[in-house]
Write a protein that binds this ligand. Structure first.
Ligand code: ADP
Ligand code: MG
Length: 621
C-alpha cells in the first residue's frame, strides 16, 4: 500500500520554486541526476573494497539514460549503492539538506541566479521538477532484498510503496511537462552530457547505445596539455557543486617518496558558509581512482578550506576506513605536499596576474590569513601572500612592497585595525604618521587582530599597532618644518594641565602625555608598549574573553588651541572648577568616541555636554 507523506516545509517551498522556475537552462537537471548517479556508484565502489559481496557479481558501474517518446519520459539509471525506504524518504523529501534555507534566502535576494546555485546548496535532485510534471524513483539498496518506489508531482506531497525493481541501484523517471520535447531526442541529450558530464569517470550510455557518450576517464590523470579550458571548467562545476568559473586551477603530479595527483581549484565566488566553524574543505580524496571520501579531515589545512577538487593517492591502502585515515602519517605528508604546492602556486599567481589575484584575495584573503596564526610551519610563507589596504594609496599592497617604501629611521611595520578602511584613515592615531609620511596598513578583517601578533615580524621588521607604538615617531622628522619648530617649544605650559588630568582621570587612565602623533585632534588614547591592542581588546570584550579592560594612556595635542586654552585656565585656577572637570572628562570621552568606543558613562557624558553647551550659549548671548 502506498503511503502518502508531506514534504518538509522548506523542501516544499524549494519544489514550488522549481516547478515555477522561469530559468532558461533547464537542461542542468540532467547534470544533477547524472552527478547523483555517479556519486551512488562511487559510494558502492568504496564499500565494496571491504564488502565485495555487495557487488553480487556486477562490478561494471555505469549510468544509463533512456528515452520513451511515447510515454514522454527520460529515465536515468545507475547500478550504484541504491537507497533503503528510510533513505528515500529522508533524502528526497523529509529532511531539508543543510543548504536549503540558505538557498531559499539566496533566491530571494537574486532570483536570476536561482539555478546557478542549485548544485552549491546540495538541492540537485529537486531540479528535475523544472522540467517534470511528475518524478518516480525506483531504488534497490545494494545487499537488500526489497526495492522501493517513490512518486511525486512536486506539489507538497509524495508517496512511497514497495517496488518491483530487480537489479541493484536507482532509476529516476522524469515525466516531462509539455514544451520540453527537445529532451526526448538522443542527440540533444548527448550534447548536454558532453557539455556538463564529459569528465564523469563512469561510462554514460544514452538510448541503449553501446558506446558511451562521454570520455569516462579520470580527468585529473590526464596530462595537463590534453585538458581543455572547457573540460577544466565543467570538472570544477562537477566536483565543487558550483556554477561559477574557477578563479585559479592547479594540476600536478607528485612523484618520489609519496605519489599522488592533484587537481585543485579556487572558486571565483565566496561560498555562503565560508566562516561557518563547521564548514569542511571541498577536496575529494581518491585512492588509485576509487573515491574514498570528501570528508578527509587533515587532507587540507583549515585555512585552505575554500579549495575544491580532487587528490588521488597511489600510496594509501584502498581499504582504509575514514576513521583510520585521520591517523595515517601518509595523509599528513600529502597535506604538507598540497600546502607547499598551493603556497608556491599562489605566489606565482600574485606575481603574474595581480588583478585576478586581488579579486581572489577579496574572497578568501581573510581565510588565508588564519593560516598565519594556525599554521606555524608555514607562517612566513603565508605572510608573503598577504594583501592589505594602506594609507599609501587606494590599491592593495604586499608586506614586501610596504617594507620597500619604509622611511629612513622607521624600523617597524605599522597597522591599525577597525571595521572600515575609510574610517580608519581618519583615526587620530594616524595623524602623526600621516604628517611624517609614514605608511600605515588599514586592516579590516577580524583575523587581522590575531595574525599580526602571531607573526610578530616580517623581514626583520616588527609589526606594530599604531595604538600601541608610542615613542617610535619622534625619531622620524615631520614633513613640514614649521610644525617641528612649534614642537620644539617646551611643554612647561602643559605641566599643570597634565597634573590636573592625571588626578581627575586617575580611575580610567594610566598616564597623560604630550603627544607626538596628533596634529589636528586634541586628544587620543593609546596603549602602552606591551599592552594589548585596543581594537583587539574590544573584540575580546565583546566575546567575553576579558572582563576588565586595561587602562590606557591619554595623549594630548599641545599645539591644539583647545588644549592651549585649557592649560592656561588650569594654571589660573587654583582649585579645578566643576566646569573644567567636565571639560577634562569630555575630552577623555571624545578620545574614546574617536576610537569607535562608547563614553564610559553615557548619563554623565550627556550631563557634562549639556552644561558645557549651555555655558557657550550664555557667553554668546
Ligand atoms: P546532493 O547530491 O548534493 O547530496 P541531491 O539533492 O542531488 O543533493 O540529492 C539528495 C540525496 O539523495 C543524495 O545525497 C543521495 O543521498 C540521494 N540520492 C539522490 N540520487 C541518488 C541515486 N541515484 N542513488 C542513490 N542515492 C541518491
Ligand atoms: Mg546531487
Amino acid at each position: 500500500m502506498a503511503q502518502q507523506m508531506n514534504f518538509q516545509a522548506e523542501v516544499a517551498r524549494l519544489l514550488d520554486l522549481m516547478v515555477h522556475s522561469i530559468y532558461s537552462d533547464k537542461e542542468v537537471f540532467l547534470r544533477e541526476l547524472i552527478s547523483n548517479a555517479a556519486d551512488a556508484c562511487d559510494k558502492l565502489r568504496y564499500l565494496s573494497v571491504t564488502q565485495p559481496e555487495l557487488l553480487d557479481g556486477d562490478d561494471a558501474f555505469s549510468i544509463k539514460v533512456n528515452i520513451d517518446p511515447a510515454g514522454r519520459t527520460i529515465t536515468v539509471s545507475d547500478n550504484g549503492v541504491g537507497m533503503t525506504r528510510d533513505e528515500i524518504v529522508e533524502n528526497l523529501g523529509t529532511i531539508a539538506r543543510s543548504g536549503t534555507s540558505e538557498f531559499l534566502q539566496a533566491v530571494n535576494d537574486d532570483s536570476k541566479n536561482l539555478v546557478s546555485q542549485i548544485g552549491q546548496f546540495g538541492v540537485g535532485f529537486y531540479s528535475a521538477f523544472m522540467v517534470a510534471q511528475a518524478v518516480e524513483v525506483h531504488s534497490k539498496k545494494a545487499g537488500a532484498a526489497e526495492s522501493w518506489s517513490w512518486q511525486s508531482d512536486g506539489k507538497g506531497a509524495f508517496s512511497i510503496e514497495e517496488g518491483d525493481k530487480s537489479s541493484r541501484g536507482t532509476d529516476i523517471v522524469v515525466y516531462l511537462k509539455q514544451g520540453f520535447d527537445q529532451f526526448l531526442d538522443a542527440a540533444t541529450l548527448k550534447s548536454v552530457i558532453l557539455k556538463y558530464s564529459d569528465h564523469i569517470a563512469l561510462p554514460i550510455f544514452v538510448d541503449g547505445e553501446d558506446k558511451p557518450s562521454n570520455a569516462a576517464s579520470a580527468l585529473w590523470l590526464k596530462p595537463k596539455n590534453q585538458i581543455s579550458e572547457q573540460q577544466l571548467k565543467e570538472f570544477y562545476h562537477y566536483v565543487a557543486h558550483a556554477f561559477d568559473d574557477p578563479a585559479f586551477s592547479m594540476h600536478w603530479k607528485a612523484e618520489g617518496r609519496i605519489e599522488y595527483s592533484g587537481l585543485l581549484f579556487i572558486p571565483s565566488m565566496r561560498p555562503y558558509d565560508l566562516f561557518d566553524p563547521k564548514r569542511e574543505h571541498g577536496v575529494k580524496l581518491y585512492v588509485k581512482r576509487v573515491f574514498i571520501t570528501d570528508k578527509a579531515d587533515g587532507l587540507v589545512p583549515h585555512w585552505l578550506r575554500f579549495l575544491r577538487g580532487v587528490v588521488d593517492s597511489e600510496d594509501l591502502p584502498l581499504n582504509i576506513s575514514r576513521e583510520m585515515l585521520q591517523h595515517n602519517p601518509m595523509l599528513s605528508k600529502i597535506r604538507q605536499g598540497i600546502t607547499n604546492k598551493v603556497l608556491s602556486e599562489l605566489g606565482k599567481f600574485a606575481k603574474e596576474r595581480r588583478p585576478d589575484y586581488e579579486k581572489m584575495w577579496d574572497n578568501f584573503g581573510a581565510v588565508i590569513k588564519e593560516g598565519i596564526y594556525e599554521d606555524i610551519d608555514n607562517r612566513n610563507d603565508i605572510a608573503e601572500l598577504v594583501l592589505a589596504k594602506s594609507t599609501y594609496s587606494d590599491e592593495y599592497t604586499t608586506l614586501k612592497e610596504y617594507v620597500s617604501r619604509m622611511k629612513e629611521g622607521q624600523d617597524a611595520i605599522f597597522y591599525v585595525c577597525g571595521e572600515d578602511a575609510e574610517k580608519l584613515k581618519k583615526s587620530p592615531h594616524l595623524e602623526g604618521f600621516i604628517a611624517r609620511g609614514i605608511e600605515v596598513l588599514l586592516l579590516t578583517d577580524t583575523v587581522d587582530d590575531f595574525w599580526t601578533g602571531a607573526l610578530g615580524k616580517f623581514e626583520e621588521k616588527t609589526i606594530k599597532s599604531v595604538t600601541v607604538a608610542a615613542e617610535d615617531l619622534s625619531k622620524i622628522p615631520e614633513k613640514e618644518k614649521k610644525k617641528e619648530d612649534e614642537k620644539a617649544k617646551d611643554f612647561s605650559e602643559m605641566k599643570e594641565l597634565i597634573a590636573a588630568m592625571r588626578r581627575e582621570l586617575e580611575s580610567v587612565v594610566k598616564a597623560v602625555n604630550v603627544s607626538d602623533r596628533l596634529t589636528s585632534s586634541p586628544v587620543c588614547l593609546t596603549a602602552e608598549e606591551g599592552d594589548i591592542d585596543m581594537h583587539l581588546e574590544r573584540f575580546l570584550k565583546k566575546h567575553n574573553q576579558i572582563k576588565v579592560p586595561s587602562k590606557r594612556v591619554l595623549e594630548i595635542n599641545a599645539s591644539h588651541p583647545l588644549i592651549e586654552k585649557l592649560a592656561k585656565k588650569v594654571k589660573e585656577e587654583k582649585e579645578l572648577s566643576d566646569s573644567l572637570k567636565d571639560m577634562i572628562w569630555l575630552l577623555f570621552d571624545q578620545a574614546k568616541l574617536m576610537d569607535g568606543d562608547t563614553p564610559s558613562d553615557a548619563a554623565s557624558f550627556s550631563r557634562r555636554l549639556d552644561s558645557v553647551l549651555q555655558k557657550v550659549l550664555l557667553i554668546r548671548n
